[in-house]
Design a binder for this molecule. Structure first.
Ligand code: ATP
Ligand code: MG
Length: 390
């Protein structure tokens, strides 16, 4: 059996070893073990029986969002990870457990990260427990994929139902509109009847518009992909949003980074994305306030399954308003189809936005700042590789 490295005494290793590990006399075997831990794509964090940190690799620092410091090793876990009380609880608590979980998950709330971990006790040759170690992986991207998958399933079944209803409603609605029109011609002299029939026709038109929107939403998206200049799209969206909601005295600024790359996307669908977001912003501002539109180039992590994981060039577009913001308890719901807080809203605006962004392999985030406004951030890869996030 290969003996694990002795990490007790102090001396500096000859080769640069990036894993934070308690110093000790280094043999080639030791160094090899350390390189194994250092090169692991899992996070590794080990403590001794006294609760001091014995080892923490680079991936662990990255996942926990910590800067590596020379004197980290030997420090109490409660000190090094004081901002991660959940991790301390899990790792320190493992000494008390006779059965350790094979695989469990932990949400690092402030970092908005989810890790999947396993725990092991470290035993010496006499089978005494001398430490505990946590192996973990950043599952955030997997979680996001699952979330998208769940949403897609939900939308698919909801969509089928909605498409059925919408289809059934379309004909009777058209019938009402036509018949009311005929009736109008038969009572040209009755002012009351004329005004009532005009109302009926308008209401039927409104209902029909909702049905059309609903059908549009449930129809699978087919993208007409072309090199798209986002500057044109954004300016067009401002004009279109003005026809859908009252702009009033709202100040709109558009600030685009110089040499913004074009993206491979569907001009009309992308225009709809920004029109819907701007319409919402105008509606939230009720005629007064400011909307800032910015776009700049960026990079996003390659999809989880893709190797090598070279970052992907993106364009990041932000639409920020200084309206009332979205109440915290509603942020999870606003993308759901038919969720609306407006008397005349159909609640499909953001659901359509998400669907189109998804079809472009992009991402959308909302930062919720009640009192200071709402920020929607859309990240679109410049070249779409359909299937990345599907
Ligand atoms: N910029 C914003 N500021 C505040 N709340 C917002 C903003 N954008 C969206 N919301 C909230 O999200 C909800 C859902 O928006 P969504 O665009 O999907 O539907 P809607 O605007 O209500 O109806 P419609 O189908 O006509 O767009 C809104 O009703 C509103 O409560
Ligand atoms: Mg809307």
């Amino acid at each position: 059996m290969i003996k694990p490295p002795d990490v007790r005494a102090a001396s500096t290793p000859a080769a640069p070893i990036r894993t934070a590990i308690a110093p000790g006399p280094v043999t080639p075997d030791d160094r090899f073990f350390r390189h194994i831990v250092g090169s692991m794509r899992n996070g590794v964090l080990a403590i001794r029986r006294d609760g001091n940190v014995a080892l923490m690799n680079e991936e662990a620092y990255r996942i926990f969002g910590l800067e590596q410091r020379e004197d980290d090793l030997g420090r109490p876990l409660t000190d090094l990870l004081r901002d991660r009380p959940d991790v301390i609880r899990v790792l320190a608590g493992s000494f008390e457990l006779s059965h350790l979980p094979n695989r469990a998950e932990l949400r690092l709330k402030d970092l908005d990260r989810v890790i999947g971990y396993t725990l092991s006790k470290v035993r010496d040759d006499q089978d005494e427990t001398i430490g505990a170690v946590m192996f973990f992986k950043d599952l955030t991207q997997v979680e996001q994929l699952e979330e998208r998958e769940r949403l897609r399933d939900r939308l698919a079944s909801l969509g089928e139902m909605a498409a059925g209803i919408a289809h059934e409603l379309k004909n009777p609605l058209a019938g009402i509109e036509v018949m009311a029109g005929l009736l109008r011609r038969q009572v040209p002299d009755s002012k009351d009847a004329q005004s009532l029939l005009a109302d009926i026709i308008n209401e039927a038109k409104l209902a029909n518009a909702i049905v059309v929107e609903m059908l549009e939403f449930v129809r699978p998206i087919r993208l007409q992909v072309e090199h798209t200049n986002l500057s044109d799209v954004l300016h067009q969206a401002v004009t279109l949003a003005e026809t859908k909601a009252t702009r009033g005295d709202i100040v709109v600024t558009v600030e685009l980074a110089p040499e913004l790359p074009t993206i491979e996307g569907d001009v009309h669908q992308l225009c709809q994305v920004f029109t819907n977001l701007l319409t919402n912003a105008f509606e939230a501002l009720e005629g007064r306030g400011a909307v800032a539109i910015t776009a700049s180039g960026g990079l996003m992590d390659a999809p989880f399954a893709q190797e090598p994981r070279a970052p992907i060039p993106t364009v990041v577009i932000e639409i920020v308003d200084n309206g009332p913001g979205v109440p915290v308890e509603l942020t999870d719901k606003i993308f759901n189809p038919f969720f609306t807080t407006k008397p005349q809203g159909s609640g499909l605006g953001l659901a359509i936005v998400r669907k189109i962004v998804d079809a472009h392999d992009g991402r959308i985030d909302v930062s919720n700042n009640p009192g200071t406004g709402t920020r929607f951030r859309i990240t679109l890869p410049t070249t779409s590789a359909s299937g990345w996030f599907k």
